[in-house]
Design a protein around this ligand. Sequence first.
Ligand SMILES: C[S@@+](CC[C@H](N)C(=O)[O-])C[C@H]1O[C@@H](n2cnc3c(N)ncnc32)[C@H](O)[C@@H]1O
Length: 200
Amino acid sequence: MIEEFPYSQASENNKQAILDVFEQKLQGKSSVLEIGGGTGQHAVFFGEKFPNISWQSTDIADNITTLNLRINNADLKNVPLAFTLNADDPHWNTGKYDAIFTANTLHIMSSKSVEKLFAKLNEHLNVNGIVLAYGPFKYAGEFTTDSNASFDLWLKERNSNSGVRDFEKVDELAKNAGLNLLEDNSMPACNQLLVWTKPK
Ligand SMILES: C[S@@+](CC[C@H](N)C(=O)[O-])C[C@H]1O[C@@H](n2cnc3c(N)ncnc32)[C@H](O)[C@@H]1O
């Protein structure tokens, strides 16, 4: 099948399982900031599923045009065009949200960028806001599966700064940012959906 827009099979495969968690976790929320929106498949899918939530996608400058192809075409009232946001940015030119979502980004960006990202989350979350991070993680330094170990090697061959992150290190970044781990959901295809909350 020839896709009209940039397409990610992973995004297509994981969206239903992520939706199952979102149906509980996004109850009563009215705004989401998405970091590293990629092809826009998540933004359009979740935007359609949650018409009462304003879904603001973002990505780095190099990917913003392709991300907006799909968002523009979907023409959803609650999914505005994405804007540029790089985890490395010292200031995010945006306000506060009820939730911040990022999928399959922490193992792509450098660990330094992951640190910078987590350092900014609290500032852009409303009280009782949540952070939802989807992707593969290591636990106690071990990959959860051989396929994730192979994936890590493949990532590092492409870019030596990429790599599957340690759950404990990421959770420590979240703690240092004033966020409490709420859930660690095991997801299909050896992934996790981590949820942190910003307490009152
Ligand atoms: C594997 S794609 C995942 C895209 C989408 N979230 C998904 O699940 O299909 C990784 C995304 O991370 C974004 N990214 C990489 N480095 C980033 C950074 N420093 N700040 C924000 N996003 C970044 C890329 O541009 C890309 O869209």
